[in-house]
Design a protein around this ligand. Structure first.
Ligand code: GLU
Length: 470
């Protein structure tokens, strides 16, 4: 069994493309088959090596490996040309001399009459003499496929039996006037030569498939099993596009998503393991993957869900791995901080992060005293009695052991003594120590910050909390 992913390097690796790659990869790895890559760079104007590198980098980041060297479609043009001329010899193709002006005029007329333009077969029946005359005059020509009468039927893993009337399909171009092959024919020759047995790709290719199936018949190639994956929609149920926000895999990487989470999330767009598991590792997904469970229905790209899933995958990392990811994500932010100081924070922060940068935005107070205090927090947490309440607590903290357990007993007992809820002590302290209203468990955090730092921060804060007048 052999599958392939065949991106065109005319843009970034889009989440839709990545999902196609993931389904092919899961299918191959779960069935012990081969997963090949083909870079469809025949549109020389719009393709670039930089995009090819970007796409391969995105696949590697997701943990998708491929068998053999990637095939560059542009290097195979001679082989495509050869196979096209075989079709010509065998009567499945013909030269067409219609100029683009003539075709444009016919297209406009058809559209004005409210219909779609299908090539009318003007050059289908030219005699040898007519052709020789046009060739002698040096008229540009394209090679067109002679679409047979009847219907084209193929079986699709997702859509079951699918059939098109050939009348809806015009004699499409195989070789352009400069002799270069079109996507339609290159894809068929390449899939055949690469031994591809299953073509899994987006639903947007469904309308190309009857043409390709006709080509398989004409070439005498064995027809692969097709499977067209449902579209990915944005939250408004429209086709996912830039309007909905980030759509390239690289953007998600930069935002601080883990590749494991991205992979997991995309694998569940249009497929499910058949039970209620949602957080799965790559190997669990390989284990569970069954192509027959691909859904027909389009699926919605829910970024909230992706965030949630990312948090779940962050919690599954061991501390050393999390540190490694953080260092890779923002080396400069952690450069000055010794690893011994970072290590105790990892288990605290891990439970609260959905994205890697949150470690920096929510956790930097571990390394520097707050300079500002969240305004909303100040209004809610630092009340009339707070100045006195924290001042009276200071000597006890000076005496205390600085373990989470000891601090918790001390602060709870203090609240009880004063006849107030523990939150009335905890929240003002948190704001004083971090400048923010959210942090990991206060007692754990105090232990990690240490006594000197906690006392200094509390004194600084107390100086900012107004004493009630009189
Ligand atoms: N190169 C095509 C694309 O990027 C894919 C062709 C195919 O999978 O057959 O959409």
């Amino acid at each position: 069994m052999t599958v392939r992913f065949a991106p065109s390097p005319t843009g970034y690796l889009h989440v839709g493309g990545a999902r196609t790659a993931i389904f092919n990869w899961l299918f191959a790895r779960s069935a012990g088959g081969r997963f090949l890559l083909r870079i469809e760079d025949t549109d020389r104007q719009r393709s670039s090596d930089a995009m090819t590198r970007e796409i391969l980098g995105g696949l590697r980041w997701l943990g998708i490996d491929w068998d053999d060297e990637p095939v560059l479609q542009s290097t195979r043009a001679a082989r495509h040309g050869e196979e096209c001329l075989r079709l010509l010899d065998e009567g499945h193709a013909y030269w067409c001399y219609c100029s683009s002006e003539e075709l444009d005029a016919k297209r406009e007329a058809a559209e004005a009459a409210g219909g779609a333009f299908l090539y009318d077969g003007t050059c289908r029946h030219l005699t040898d003499a007519q052709r020789s005359e046009k060739d002698a005059a040096g008229m540009p020509r394209v090679l067109r496929f002679r679409v047979p009468d009847g219907r084209t039927v193929f079986n699709d893993i997702v859509h079951d039996e699918t059939s098109f009337s050939n009348e809806e399909i015009d004699d499409f171009v195989l070789l352009r006037s400069d002799g270069s092959p079109t996507y339609m024919v290159a894809v068929v020759v390449d899939d055949h030569d690469m031994g591809v047995t299953h073509v899994l790709r987006g639903d947007d290719h469904l309308s190309n498939t009857p043409k390709q199936v006709m080509l398989y018949h004409a070439f005498g190639y064995e027809i692969p099993q097709f499977g067209h994956l449902p579209l990915i929609l944005g939250s408004d149920k429209k086709r996912l596009s830039k309007r909905h926000g980030a759509t390239s895999v690289g953007e998600f990487q930069q935002k601080g998503f883990l590749p494991e989470a991205m992979f997991n999330f995309l694998a569940l767009l249009g497929w499910s393991p058949g039970d209620d598991r949602e957080v799965l590792t790559r190997s669990e997904l390989v284990e569970a993957f069954d192509i027959r469970r691909v859904l027909k229905k389009s699926s919605v790209f829910d970024e909230e869900k992706l965030l949630w899933m990312n948090g779940q995958h962050i919690r599954q990392l061991d501390d050393a791995d999390l540190l490694h990811r953080l260092l890779r994500h923002r080396p400069e932010a952690l450069a000055a901080i010794p690893e011994a100081k970072l290590a105790p924070l990892l288990p605290l922060m891990k439970e609260r992060m959905a994205l890697l940068p949150e470690f920096f935005s929510h956790g930097m107070y571990f390394f520097s005293d707050p300079e500002e205090y969240d305004a909303e927090g100040v209004r809610k947490r630092w009340k009339a009695g707070t100045h006195e309440m924290l001042t009276a607590l200071l000597p006890r903290l000076e005496e205390s052991d600085f373990t989470a357990g000891a601090l918790e007993s001390l602060i709870r007992a203090y609240a009880e003594e004063r006849g107030i809820g523990a939150g009335k002590v905890i929240h003002p302290i948190r704001l004083a120590l971090t400048g923010s209203t959210a942090s990991p468990s206060l007692f754990d955090m105090m232990e990690v910050l240490g006594q000197d730092s906690c006392l200094r921060r509390l004194r600084n804060a107390i100086a900012r909390i107004p004493e009630p007048a009189g």
